[in-house]
Design a protein around this ligand. Structure first.
Ligand SMILES: Nc1ncnc2c1ncn2[C@@H]1O[C@H](COP(=O)(O)OP(=O)(O)OP(=O)(O)O)[C@@H](O)[C@H]1O
Length: 245
């Protein structure tokens, strides 16, 4: 197995003493890795450091074997990112937004814009202004933008956050298809455990800034009626140990 993402000992504490502490994670090629934790657990902080949007106080992130802090361009060359809600110019069409984003990458032509619109199911709405898009359509446009450079790894922060059931299903189906047909590796954060169960093969659980468990979902759920029950049991144990520390 090839490790696409290697996170070692990552620490970033904000002035308010919150943040992340000595996080270790590995994403293997072909994984749909679920990065799971409640609001405020530290998911966005890890993802921002991974993509160079924030600096750690300690530790290291390697993407495709390259260190994000010292070999940024090589590390990010095969990575697509969607962190927090997708931003777009609402007065422009979906297509125009993608054409604008494509200018940041050398060698991306109009044909690729057609391809990514097709992948996310926005071809029929490409000429409409983004102002008229639903939240689900905006998220799919963000996914299309992240796909422009033909990435081999997609890092998605809460891609289904705030979406209705139909919107969630659409995003999930796109992710599963891309993993299957284009062999894209995914790192996806969510605070919805059911989403993780439906989409991911492996999962890391972050709790109050610490990665408390990582493994195959099938193994994490073993011996429990559901993944949710397994998670609650894990967290109860973490709290019990913390109380006795
Ligand atoms: N810029 C900041 N300054 C101070 N504290 C911060 C800052 N960014 C995040 N935090 C705190 O660090 C902790 C981790 O936040 P983070 O956004 O990484 O969590 P998260 O798991 O992504 O949660 P959410 O799902 O709510 O986005 C939280 O307690 C948050 O309040």
């Amino acid at each position: 197995m090839t490790a696409i993402v290697e996170i070692n000992n990552l620490t970033k504490m904000y002035k308010n003493k919150r943040g992340i502490h000595e996080v270790n994670m590995t994403v293997q090629q072909g994984d749909i890795y679920g990065f799971f934790g409640p609001n405020g657990a530290g998911k966005t902080t890890v993802m921002k450091i991974m993509t160079g949007l924030a600096r750690p106080q300690q530790g290291q992130v390697k993407l495709f074997g390259y260190d994000v802090s010292t070999q940024y361009e090589q590390a990010m060359s095969k990575v697509g990112v969607l962190i927090e809600t997708a931003e777009a110019f609402t007065f422009m069409s979906g297509r125009k937004n993608l054409e604008l984003a494509a200018r940041f990458y050398p060698g991306i032509d109009k044909q690729r814009v057609d391809e990514v619109l097709e992948i996310v199911g926005l071809t029929p709405f490409q000429r409409e202004k983004v102002a008229g898009y639903s939240l689900g359509m905006k998220q799919r446009l963000g996914l299309a933008a992240a796909m422009l450079s033909k990435p081999e790894l997609l890092i998605l922060d809460e891609p289904t956050n705030g979406l209705d059931i139909e919107g969630m299903v659409q995003i999930r189906e796109i992710i599963l298809r891309l993993a299957r047909e284009e062999r894209i590796t995914f790192l996806i954060s969510s605070h919805l455990i059911h989403e993780m169960e439906l989409m991911c093969n492996r999962m890391g659980i972050i709790h109050q800034g610490r990665l408390v468990r990582e493994g195959l979902i099938s193994e994490l759920a073993k011996g429990s009626a559901s993944l949710e029950e397994a998670y609650l049991r894990e967290i109860t144990e973490v709290r019990r140990l913390a109380a006795h520390a």
